[in-house]
Design a protein around this ligand. Sequence first.
Ligand SMILES: NC(=O)c1ccc[n+]([C@@H]2O[C@H](COP(=O)([O-])OP(=O)(O)OC[C@H]3O[C@@H](n4cnc5c(N)ncnc54)[C@H](OP(=O)(O)O)[C@@H]3O)[C@@H](O)[C@H]2O)c1
Length: 253
Amino acid sequence: MSTNKIALVTGGSRGLGKNMALSLAQKGIDVILTYHTQQAEANAVVAEIEKTGQKAASLQLNAGDVKSFNAFFGQLKNVLQETFATDHFDFLINNAGTALYGAFAETTEEQFDAALNIHYKGVFFLSQKALPFINDGGRIINISSGLARMTYPGSSAYGSMKGAIEVLSRYMALELGPRRIAVNVVAPGAIETDFGGGRVRDNKEINAQIASRTALGRVGLPDDIGGVVAFLCTDEARWINAQRIEVSGGQGL
Ligand SMILES: NC(=O)c1ccc[n+]([C@@H]2O[C@H](COP(=O)([O-])OP(=O)(O)OC[C@H]3O[C@@H](n4cnc5c(N)ncnc54)[C@H](OP(=O)(O)O)[C@@H]3O)[C@@H](O)[C@H]2O)c1
């Protein structure tokens, strides 16, 4: 049996999820990360984690396709047994996601449904189906967004879906309490990743505009986020439950 704790990070091939995976490994936690299409990037993260001495594996997941989840958990079961010599893991990080920018007046039903499947329905049912695999005393961390609190034009669908997982997280915390599973939300501000075509990182105007609305005077970097998620998986964070932790440098105050 594996003696290390194990985290499952969705969308761990790039951006924030990659940083979370590496930060968890730095804390002595083994990691299973998922990717959607970028298998080579996922394998590179696995190799980087293995260099630190932790165990790691990657699995393909479409976080917006609930019907594929039973097959996913079948594969997860095999990976847990083959790579980690166990049937359970400890920490679920619901991070995978894609951007949706569009005016309220123009967002189509197709765009709305695609985002809803990934950002809300997928989080609901992936967490539900993960329950038999999560050890009692484990943790679930749902990744929301600063946009669930503050408003920017063009984020009505995305921001409100992130708001939905914040409410869901409190209900999950209540109902999973008897199993001592804590559920928290980490809500990043705007961070320089590939998200949304990399616009926060690559569009100088957007970058400067967000920096000017941020108390600490810059946009966020992936490294600002992963360590907070990893901390929430430590023993020191054991009494933090049902909380929304915004990690935005004080954006949009
Ligand atoms: N960046 C920001 O400014 C920001 C701010 C607040 C919140 N967030 C949230 O943080 C999370 C991560 O964002 P990020 O900035 O790291 O984005 P990113 O750099 O674009 O990375 C997205 C990750 O999610 C995976 N993914 C995308 N679509 C998927 C799907 N349908 N099924 C499964 N996995 C999928 C990608 O896998 P592949 O590599 O295989 O494509 C990748 O690992 C998202 O939930 C996002 O809403 C981001």
